[in-house]
Design a binder for this molecule. Sequence first.
Ligand code: SF4
Length: 186
Amino acid sequence: MVELKVNNNSRFVDAHIITKETPQKVVEKYGQECTKCHQCCKVDSGLVLEDDLQRLADHMNLPRDEFEEQFLVSHEKFNKKVWKLKQIKEPGKPFGRCVFLDDEKGCMVHEKKPLHCKVTSPKSKFGEQLSLWFVLNHLLDPHDPEAVRQWASYLKSHPTIPGGELHQLVPNKEKRENILSYKIFR
Ligand code: SF4
């Protein structure tokens, strides 16, 4: 159980308050618990969905294709191609800071930052659950057999939130087994 403050009143709620079905505005609210320490922005960068792309391009006053070229790299997660903000990597290091992180000003696109950055706050008490909500609602396609197989593999060593279990994503047992045994390939 965890303590949740609502209108200055404390109440105790189930720690699994975030589910796949939790509305985005609720998830964004918890994401605001981000303390803007920017530690995560120093070693990684946010994923950019289609809905984010034009907003960011407009914010930078750039045509979409120029914005893509200057600031994005293509990325794949659970068999889905998405964009990711470029990272400025130091020689010999596999990771680096987000291209929009400024040492003094912090996130240069804070008001328009990608949904991924808005909702995935490691400092929130629901940090990991918020990340899983993002994956389940914006990356993982339960109609894509390869994505389902990759998710099944992920679940062998990671927890999920309610709505993210394999039987919930693919309720038909026979179909689920056929996907996992590659009888349904794609
Ligand atoms: S866009 Fe902003 S919040 Fe997102 S990773 Fe970059 S610096 Fe961090």
